[in-house]
Design a protein. Structure first.
Length: 270
């Protein structure tokens, strides 16, 4: 058993979709969450900048003696290099591999859509991971850069017309592509899942990176005897780099809990 906390980070609120799954599948784990709300979005930035930010985020989490780190961010997961992962003192989990695996398992017609930030789609990481499992798959990628600011501004209600219009603009073309599976390649996107489902059609399987990553993490932790021995719900400690009040308000709604332990922090000087 290992009672140290799990470290989770994202550019903002999106990684909370992974925390939501920890609450469901690994509730007794202690969690330290960092959302880089002061520098969101990551997805429009250069690969070098994203890697630098991710290193600072990870450094911050390592100060808490975390037992592992989850990059609950499709953008970081797509570009963070293997050689840097190998040097980390604790296991590192990206969302790409488990999400690609889940998409390949449910995909029946060989056509898989991938939506994400510009950097994530440009990196081709999801496509590469899919083709390693299913070489014949046709992968259709589409960046949806406006989704992250919409979510960060709380425009996530199922009847939000602006988000629905934006979704139509990005996703209508998938109708002609005849995909049966769509990877929500950015962890912010499951927060507008119902709107996306309405636009692409209920017959398209939507794959949530937070859910798939935590399912695979649970198997890994069980196999490696890394689960927490608590029987009660673990602690949740949240940090954000700016706009703490709006982070708290939206996070409380998303997680259905009071954000009691939530502070602002600057990780850039780490
Ligand atoms: N949640 C991040 C992701 O999964 C959002 C990226 C951004 O900040 O642009 O890609």
């Amino acid at each position: 058993m290992d009672n140290r906390p799990i470290g989770v980070f994202d550019s903002g609120l999106g990684g909370l979709t992974a925390v939501r799954q920890i609450n469901r599948l690994l509730p007794s784990e202690n969690v330290i969450y960092f959302g880089d709300t002061g520098r969101v979005p990551y997805g429009t930035r250069s690969k070098e900048t994203i890697i630098k930010y991710a290193e600072q985020d990870i450094e911050f989490l390592l100060d808490f003696d975390v037992k592992l780190v989850i990059a609950a961010c499709g953008t970081v997961s797509s570009v963070f290099p293997e050689e840097k992962i190998k040097k980390l003192p604790v296991p590192y989990f990206s969302v790409v591999q488990p999400t690609a695996q889940a998409a390949c398992s449910v995909n029946a017609n060989g056509k898989i859509g991938v939506i994400g930030t510009a950097s994530a789609v440009r990196s081709g990481a999801y496509g590469k991971a899919i083709r390693a499992i299913k070489p014949e798959a046709r992968v259709i990628g589409k960046p949806c850069p406006l989704f992250v600011p919409l979510v960060e501004n709380g425009m996530i209600a199922d009847d939000c017309k602006i988000t629905e219009l934006t979704a139509k603009m990005y996703l209508d073309s998938f109708q002609a592509e005849d995909i049966d599976t769509l990877i929500l390649g950015c962890t912010h996107y499951p927060l507008i899942r119902n709107i996306i489902a309405k636009v692409v059609g209920e017959n398209v399987n939507l794959i949530d990176p937070g859910e798939e990553t935590i399912k695979s993490l649970r198997s890994y932790m069980t196999a490696n005897n890394m689960l927490n021995s608590n029987t009660k719900k673990g602690t949740r400690t949240y940090y954000a780099s700016d706009n703490i009040d709006s982070f708290k308000e939206i996070a409380a709604k998303l997680l259905g809990e009071k954000m009691e332990d939530c502070s602002v922090v600057n990780v850039a000087d780490n």
